[in-house]
Structures are given as structure tokens and as C-alpha cells.
Write a protein that binds this ligand. Sequence first.
Ligand code: ADP
Ligand code: MG
Length: 586
Amino acid sequence: MPIKLLPDTLANQIAAGEVIERPASVIKELVENSLDANARNVRVEVADAGLAKIVVQDDGAGIPRDELKLALQRHATSKIASTKDLFTINTFGFRGEALPSMAAVARLTLSSRHATLPEAWKVTPEGQLQPAALPQGTRIEVADLFYATPARRKFLKGARSESQAIEQTLQTMALAHPNVAFTLVEDNAESWHLPAAQGDFLSAVGERVGQVLGAEFASLAVPVRVEKEVAGHMVQLEGYLSPPTLHGGTARRQYMFVNGRPVKDKSLQTALRNAYADRLPAGRHAMAVLFITVPPEIVDVNVHPAKAEVRFRDANGIFGLIYGAVRMALQDYRVTGLQGYREPVQQDPPPQNHTFSMPTPAQKLWKGEEPHHQGEAFLSSSNPVILSSSLETPSLGAAIGQIANTYIVAERADGAMILVDQHAAHERLVYEELKHQFGAGRISSQALLLPVIVSLSKHEADLLLGHAEALQQFGLEMEAHSPTSLAIVAVPQVLGAANPERLLRDVLDDLHDLSPRTTLHSKVEHVLATMACHHSIRANRRLSLPEMNSLLRQMEATPASLTCNHGRPTTHLMTLETMERLFARR
Ligand code: ADP
Ligand code: MG
């Protein structure tokens, strides 16, 4: 074939391949345009998970009549004008590609009424300019997505997964724009409405976090706000973190934004994970909503067509900022209230050059306690504590006390001292019990006196109800309450009624992880571990001697109770002989 310039339509379809992957990407681009136009209200309507129709309407600045057709041209943008602008971008859009790409793969109708004009106009899918009826703002309708490129349509994952992606996309944007009201209407039914949150940015985000991620995270979240100079530029980090006691089965609920732009950046995620490191049980993930604000000239947002990645001029500096700030914030909250893990106290030197200012409200939520230095010093002494894997029954001795409300000390007939991590041990016992019951048919449940109502998104509710029968076998029973909430009516008996909502959300994470080919039953062990881990209430709790002894006796009766589900040891033993050596008696 001779070399020819591609016709516009084809060039746009090719561009669309990068920008418009699925219905959720249409919504992302359209809502970003609304936000760039300073909208206060954004309404998104979809039919058939966006495949039949997507409508985004806003009350932003609008587009003047004589620019409407231009907006649909490739490389037409009002957001940058020179190369210099490219390095100081503070809008979401700048490539001038979204609208023409959509118009190339779907039937797009663009209607708008500009702030300064008395009437609205629209461009039809056929390119006709016509009068329209619309209040100030813009309405874009994208119908029959991918009708023009059927191959792409085939790659979509099915309605449920597409609407989940839509919801996730919108929620992410809603978190970063708490002062904008968002509405989602799916197949003519309103799925959710998020009213504009009030107050300064961080408290407005806090309010939005409650609307989007649930009341529990919102009420326990640890606020963080740090400003630091990185390579000569002021960088700001603010947002909310889950305390070490609240965690999810996936990293799904880690939201990070750079200059308001949602990013999925490996290095930022690693900084967060490392900062939590030993504070979370293995395999568990923190929740976070973090905003990084940098001068536009030190970040390149033009490295990814959908702009999901960014490149920092000083990536290490940013990494260090996040790591340091998160550790600092968690350190202040390390000694938790009723059901916390107690981590070893280790004094990080405070990072230099930081101006840390911790907002105060959440501090009230935590009941501070003095760290137990005594217990820590004892455990970390050089090496006299050895792990024994060959304890005989009745091997764990008689409890004589408790250290740091966390470790049981027991004395055995032969003089050996046994240390038991009560939380890890209890978790293991619960797990073994759940496994036993499940193996015998089903996990016995305990009805709740008052059902616990949990607000969820429509998809989360559907997902849970879709697995209701399987979950019943796990001892978790629920009923539909409204399209966006469920009533938990019974929980596994061994777990008790401590916190049914958290249990439900943990199990939900496991469901999110299921691929179309796996069933809940193929992940039994995982779900049981989730449940047992969730029920980690025994660290940092004072136990009576009979309670301690009962735990020790249960451990003796339970195979594999010497390590917890995460493979950490539950038990250490020091023989009399070791003690004698320690004191130079031998
Ligand atoms: P970009 O956002 O990269 O500039 P788009 O193709 O998304 O490119 O949009 C082209 C132009 O159309 C924008 O630069 C903007 O001027 C205008 N536009 C699009 N959507 C809206 C909207 N909702 N409100 C006001 N103007 C809009
Ligand atoms: Mg755009």
C-alpha cells in the first residue's frame, strides 16, 4: 500500500483506543471536563452499564455556540496554548482528545449553554448545530458506545464489572472534589447522591470519606497533614489513613491523588506499604485517601494517555515524604484503645526538615496509654528466648501473669517459662474452630438481637446478596434492606457480635477478589482466615488468670496452634537451663 495520511475518523478511532477503554473511561473524561469547567453539581446517568447510554450533565461554565463544533475536533482544547503551558498544567484535560475520540466510537451529542449566553445549542451525532433547551452548563450524551468498533466491545467484561468500574471511577473523583455534588443514576434509578461537603478541604474530604468509604473508616481515620521541601519545592501531603487496627483484604481502598488527579503509582503505593509494614498483619492492606500537592513544574502528568501515572522530578524525595509522614502519623496513634495490636515500641528519630502539623479532631478518638517499655525490653533482649516446636502436652504450664496486656507468661512444671502472644494464639484457635465447623457442614451462627444495617454501594449490596447462600454456610446471614444497604442478621458464633459491619466489609473484600471463574468455596481457607483475623480482639486486653489458663488449655487441644494464620509464632519457650545460663549459674 502507498503511504497515505489517515482519514480523521480513523485517526480518532485509533486515539480512542488509548483513551476510551471502557464505559468508565468515558465517564472519567467527561467528569474531568465538568470539573475543569468549575461545575458545582455533576450528574451522571448510565443505561446498561454505560454501553447503551452515558449522560454527564454539569452546571459549569459551558461552551459558547461558535466553539461547540470545534470542541469535537482533534487537538482542540481551551486549556493550553503554548509549550510553556504544558509544563504548568493545572487542569485535568489538555490533550484535546477526549471528545473527538468518543465521537469516533459512539454517537455523541454535545449540548451546552455558556454562562454569558441566553440560549443553549447542541451538536448532533451527525454534526448539525441546533438550538437546545438547557440551563447553564454542559450535557454530553454518549450512546451506543463502541458500535463503530465492535472488536473493542467484545473485550468488555460484562455489565456488573463495567458498572463496578464506573462506580469506582466516580467515587474516586468524588473523594478529590468534596465540595462538588455528585449524583449517579443507573437504569433510571438513583444509585447515590453525594451532597457537597462543607468546610476546609481536609474536613470536607473527611465528610466525603464517610459518604464514600463508610462511617467506620471515617470515624477511626488518622488525619495527616505535612508540608516539606523536596528538591527546593514545597510539597504538601494531606489526607486520612486507617489506623493499624483497621485494614482490608486488598489495596482497593487506597486512593492517592497528585494535584487532585487520581494516580495508581507503584512507588507511592510501596511507600505507603512500607510505612505500615510491621503494623499490619501479613496479607492485610491499609486504607488511605492521600493528596499530594506539588508545584506543577516538578511533576509530569503527560506520561500516560489516561493520565493514571505521573512522573516526579524527585521521586525519592516524594517517596521519603510519604513514608516519613505516614510513620509519624501512625506513631502518634500506635497505642490504641480497646482492640488494637500493640506493636513493639521503636523510636524512629523524627525526620528532619519537616513541618508536621497534626490536625486534632481524631486524636480525641483514641485513648492514649503509656507504651509498655518494660515488656518490650524483655522481649528484645539478645537471644535467650528460643522457639520450641516440640512442646508436649500438657505443655503450656500454668499462667502466672500477663505482660503489656498482650503476652501471657506461664510456668511449666519443669521450670520452663512460656510466653504466648494471646492475640496470635486466639486468632489461630478461632481459625481452627471455624475450619472444623465448616468441614462438618456449616459454621454455626448466632442471631443478632438487633440486625445491623450497613450502608453499601448498590454493587456491593448486589455482590453480597449474590453470595448470600454461600455466606450463610460461613455463618454470616444478611437480608436486603434497601438497594444500598443490608441488614446483618446473624454472625458466626465463635466470632461473637463484636463488630459485624467490619466483618461484612472484610468479607466483601474477599468477594471483590473473586474472578468470574473462582467461587467463594474455592477460597474457603482465605475467607476463614479473614474472619479469624477480623476477630483479633485479644491483644492489648487484660485477661484474668482463669481466662489465660483456658486459652492455654485450648491451645494444647488444638493442632497447629503454635503458629498463627500468618505464620508468626504464637509461643516462645525459655527453659530453666537457659535461664540459669543467663544468670551464670551454669
Ligand atoms: P481537553 O479536556 O483535553 O481540553 P476534550 O476533548 O475533553 O479536551 O474537550 C475539548 C474542549 O471542550 C475543552 O478544552 C473545553 O474547552 C470544552 N469542554 C468539554 N467539556 C466541557 C464541559 N463539560 N464544560 C465546559 N467546556 C467543556
Ligand atoms: Mg477533557
